[in-house]
Design a protein around this ligand. Structure first.
Ligand code: HEM
Length: 409
């Protein structure tokens, strides 16, 4: 009788029936729309073990809204410390971690408390004027041209400029930051990623030294003057925060904007509904965030346990693809349709202790961007002869989205 050999990537404690011999990135790239491609996982087992979740890592995947929410809330068993973050720290050659995103409570609570006042709806309200100005400045060069590449000309630079403002960095660093970010997240090889990651770090270190002398913004002031247990933050704690703002607030916003605009440009009735119901734009933004939840994050199992009948071991890695949760019909009936009247809350910003700190800022950026395009241009569409491009990975992003429109009088 032939004996079947187990693949080398399959740990002993994972039963054969839960092994999934695929790359998640490749699987999500199989269709023209990665959200539709990923949503096929909802027809399979709710928990499975994939050969390659990201960067060749075998790991568990939770493929239901309810399970992903539960893992976000249950931080004691699903820890944010360790896991993929360790790989990034090794890559950067540092002994600190991403702060507060890769730190568990109760330590996490103190860091979050000091940052929170700068990300409340009120604080973000004070940024509104600057966000609008940035939006206008970016639209001006192509406003008369009847079209643009929405991603390259707008969605990418927009959150970068806002990040630079938040940090008090010079605006002319935008192109450099974007190049670093592209190389860090999608470098041709690991060497290119490491180089970009370290160059960003060097720049953040320079910025930190300047902030020690004279903080450039209220957020910088708060971080520099903070005391936790009576002690100021050390360089690693602060650089961990800077790095988190950098990686947390750029790809995510531009990804959501790209997918949302693609939906708007290919659904003329929804587009007109948005123009006719400006008072409902906030709800519509949340619905677009639900449909186009771009993030997949991960956790480390902190103790041997049985989770919904599945045996997991301490230090197993667990991936939480929020883009699958957003399309789960158990949570959202008719999940592939934008329905701004939906009552259910969305999970794009996670839930539990690490609920996205930048959520009010992100929502506002997206609302202002969509509002500006809808108010200026009619009949926004993708020209027939062009192709949009995207890539799948830990975030789902549009790389190129050519648009055309009729300018309003
Ligand atoms: C549409 C845009 C955005 C999406 C979808 C998003 C999504 C998320 C998600 C899913 C998490 C939880 C990660 C985890 O627990 O593993 C998170 C955390 C975080 N995000 Fe965002 N984010 C967005 C924009 C922003 C912006 C603009 C900022 C501002 C700089 C930001 C700052 C943060 C921070 C600091 C955390 C860590 C919070 C904590 O650990 O307590 N995000 N975000």
């Amino acid at each position: 009788m032939a004996t079947q050999t187990r693949p080398a990537w399959a740990p002993e404690h994972v039963p054969d029936k839960l092994l999934w011999d695929h790359s998640l990135t490749e699987y999500n790239s199989e269709l023209d729309d990665p959200f539709m491609a990923a949503s096929r996982l909802l027809d399979g087992p709710p928990i499975f073990f994939a050969r390659d979740t990201a960067q060749g890592r075998p790991a568990w995947v939770l493929a239901r809204h309810a399970l992903i929410s539960e893992a976000f809330i249950d931080w004691e068993r699903f820890s944010s410390e360790g896991g993929m973050a360790v790989m990034l720290m090794q890559m950067l050659g540092v002994d600190w971690t991403f702060n507060p995103v890769n730190i568990d409570p109760p330590k996490h609570t103190a860091y979050r408390k000091l940052l929170l006042p700068h990300f409340t709806p009120k604080a973000v309200g004070h940024m509104e004027q600057g966000v609008r100005e940035t939006c206008d400045e970016l639209i001006a060069p192509f406003a008369e041209k009847g079209g643009c590449d929405f991603v390259k000309d707008f969605a990418v630079p927009f959150p970068s400029v806002i990040f630079l403002r938040l940090m008090g960095m010079p605006q002319d660093m935008m192109q450099q930051f974007f190049t670093w970010e592209q190389n860090l997240l999608r470098g041709k090889n690991i060497e290119e990623m490491v180089v970009a990651g370290r160059e960003i770090l060097e720049y953040l270190k320079l910025h930190l030294e300047k902030q020690k002398k004279k903080p450039a913004t209220p957020l910088m002031e708060a971080i520099m003057s903070a005391r936790i247990d009576g002690k100021p933050l050390n360089d690693g704690e602060i650089l961990g925060m800077f790095y988190t703002f950098y990686t947390g607030g750029l790809d995510t916003v531009y990804g959501t904007l790209g997918w949302s605009m693609r939906y708007i440009a290919t659904h003329p009735e929804f587009q007109q509904w948005l123009r006719d119901n400006p008072d409902k734009l906030n709800k519509a933004v949340d619905e677009l965030l639900r449909m186009f939840s771009v993030v997949m994050t991960q956790r480390r199992v902190s103790e041997d346990m049985t989770f919904h009948g599945v045996q997991m071991k301490q230090d197993d890695l667990v991936f939480l693809p929020i883009f699958v949760a957003g399309r789960d019909p158990e949570a959202y009936p008719d999940p592939h349709v934008a329905d701004p009247d939906r009552k259910q809350t969305m999970l794009a910003f996670a839930t539990g202790p690490h609920l996205c700190l930048g959520l009010h800022l992100a929502r506002r950026e997206i609302r202002i961007a969509l509002e500006s395009f809808l108010a200026r241009f009619d009949n926004i569409h993708i020209p027939d002869d062009v192709q949009y491009q995207f890539h799948a990975g830990p975030t789902l992003n549009v790389d190129s989205l050519p648009l055309a429109w009729t300018k309003k009088d």
